[in-house]
Design a binder for this molecule. Structure first.
Ligand code: IVH
Length: 289
């Protein structure tokens, strides 16, 4: 069911350290009027997990609605299916639960879960899924929520939307607060004082990404103080207070075995490459458009 959304932003990109520093310089300039002479805004760095964005609405501590981001304006109501995801609490924890809170985060499928699911699909004679992201999207879009439940999806929270609570003043404290309320947050986040440290964090994860049991397509760098985030605001659909450091696309070489031609829904012929299976970032690819 479609539902109206208030979280439609996406992130701008930096593809290397130089572009990340240029983003920080622009942010500092944008904060010129509020920063003390010589002061530099501190940052938080997080992993950019490759799943799908959801907004969870908690009222009086109970989960009442979950929506995907959809096209940024209209999302999909996925409440029933989201309620089956283990890591997503149905009730918030603690004595200081806000009357209303929107939690934003990413639903994803672990690599190990994805591989086990694909083995099962193949054994059942069904076509395997292309990658963990498609695994997460497809598993959430099931009409039968017991199928979603059986898929072992995971979630982590990376921010908040509207709330009646006195929200924390920094991104770091916001994530600590969400963790205290019982929401899963990443242990790989860092609060850093300099853009140099943020560049090292991002470049470090670019080479360590395969050590994780989930796909990340980059890192996210955010200005830590919420007050500064508000001053910076957004341009078009991207915030000026955060940016994504995107990792290079994964590449692999293999042999082209055949080219299939399929007729699409509109009658257009779509060629499909049949490849000698090759592993790219922990996923076996045997077909490509
Ligand atoms: S912050 C733009 N933090 O990346 C609003 N987003 O283009 C602020 N994502 O689909 C988003 N990990 O769901 C943020 N640690 C993280 C993230 C993250 C993944 C996704 C997000 C959205 C896309 C932004």
């Amino acid at each position: 069911m479609p539902c109206r959304l208030v979280f439609g932003l996406s992130l701008g990109n930096a593809f290397n350290g130089e572009e990340l520093r240029a983003w920080y310089d622009r942010a500092c300039k944008g904060l010129d009027a509020v920063l003390d002479e010589g002061a530099m805004p501190s940052l938080t760095t997080e992993l950019k997990i490759d799943g799908l964005a959801v907004a969870l609405t908690y009222i009086d501590g109970g989960l009442v609605r979950a929506a995907t981001r959809g096209n940024g304006v209209t999302g999909e109501d996925v409440t029933t299916n989201v309620k089956t995801i283990r890591g997503i609490p149905l009730r918030l924890r603690g004595d200081n639960v806000p009357a209303e809170l929107e939690v934003r985060g990413e639903i994803y499928m672990r690599r190990s879960t994805f591989e086990a699911l694909n083995e099962r699909l193949v054994a059942e004679g069904t076509r395997p899924l292309a990658n963990p992201r498609n695994g997460a999207v497809g598993s959430l879009r099931q009409l039968d929520s017991s199928i979603t439940a059986s898929r072992g999806l995971d979630f982590w929270a990376y921010g908040i939307g509207p709330t009646t609570a006195d929200a924390p003043g920094t991104q770091t404290d916001t994530l600590d607060w969400l963790a205290a309320l019982g929401l899963p947050v990443s242990g790989e986040r860092r609060q850093l004082d300099t853009i140099d440290a943020a560049v090292s964090y991002c470049e470090g994860w670019a080479s360590k990404r395969d050590s994780l049991d989930y796909e990340i397509d980059g890192a996210v760098v955010k200005v830590d103080r919420v007050e500064y985030q508000q001053v910076l605001g957004q341009v078009s659909t991207a915030p000026r207070w955060a940016t994504a450091f995107k990792f290079p696309a994964r590449e692999a070489t293999t042999r082209l075995l055949d080219i299939e031609h399929n007729v699409g829904r509109t009658g257009v012929i779509k060629p499909l490459a049949v490849l000698e299976p090759v592993e790219v970032g922990g996923v076996t690819v045997s077909r490509a458009t």
